[in-house]
Design a binder for this molecule. Structure first.
Ligand SMILES: C[S@@+](CC[C@H](N)C(=O)[O-])C[C@H]1O[C@@H](n2cnc3c(N)ncnc32)[C@H](O)[C@@H]1O
Length: 230
């Protein structure tokens, strides 16, 4: 697979969204100069854009492999917190009649914290950049729609697959989207997200399957595929 085309702005966002893209030198810089200077300056000007693009593409391909069995033949996708959208771009490339609706935040916090955010105040995205990423990688405008979470005009229709990779219930409470999800999940919709409390969701959904375990990370999260609200 050819690596994604990223410019410096997109590589910076990818790094802020996926801190595992930081090499040893960048991690040291973050520790020495703090999160503010890292988020604003070093993450933009002290990066190797080509390397980030190669590593980000590789990670996204691996993410696709974790969910592929659910996506085959599916058309209507919703992604909550897609970041710059590498995984969704692969879905759009591999499934030529797929359409993706994106719900994201349109700002980058001054000091990104990667933990649990009770108030859901952290944002690490720029919706113009998300659009540029899809355009630069040859996805036509008809194949996606972008919604700003804070504008509160979220798409209401049934989706086949809803993804939220390292976003919903990983950085902020599932409750924030619970009522909305009830409106856009039919009995056949599969919702895939990462959480540290998979058991909790057995009381909420009829079907819950663990499809990936991240035991080496600080969060020790599991990726689950869920279907049908109880
Ligand atoms: C850790 S990043 C993960 C990005 C991408 N899914 C990935 O796997 O690379 C979390 C993303 O969730 C987004 N986010 C935070 N709160 C959100 C909300 N309420 N709705 C949608 N996205 C949100 C952030 O802006 C950020 O891009």
């Amino acid at each position: 697979m050819k690596p994604f085309i990223l410019n410096r702005n997109l590589a910076q966002l990818a790094l802020l969204q996926r801190i595992e893209l930081a090499d040893y030198k960048l991690k040291k810089i973050r520790k020495t100069f703090g999160r503010y200077l890292f988020s604003k300056f070093f993450s933009k000007y002290f990066i190797d854009v080509k390397r980030i693009s190669e590593n980000y593409s590789k990670i996204m391909k691996e993410e696709l492999d974790t969910i592929k069995k659910f996506t085959l033949g599916k058309k209507k996708f919703l992604s909550i917190g897609a970041g710059i959208g590498g995984l969704e771009l692969l879905i759009l490339k591999y499934t030529t009649d797929a359409h993706v609706s994106f719900i994201e935040k349109n700002y980058v916090s001054n000091k990104i914290k990667y933990g649990w955010d009770n108030l859901n105040k952290e944002g690490y995205n720029d919706l113009n950049q998300l659009e540029n990423f899809l355009k630069n990688n040859e996805i036509s405008k008809q194949r996606y729609q972008i919604f700003d979470f804070d504008k509160k005009n979220l798409p209401i229709s049934y989706f086949d697959i809803i993804l939220s990779i390292y976003s919903l219930d990983y950085h902020y409470d599932f409750e924030i989207y619970s009522n909305y999800l009830k409106k856009v999940m039919s009995k056949d919709t599969v919702l895939i997200f990462d959480t540290i409390r998979p058991k909790y969701f057995e009381n909420i959904f009829r079907y819950v399957e663990i499809i990936k375990e991240d035991l080496n990370t600080v969060h020790k999260s599991k990726r689950i595929a869920c279907g049908t609200f109880k």
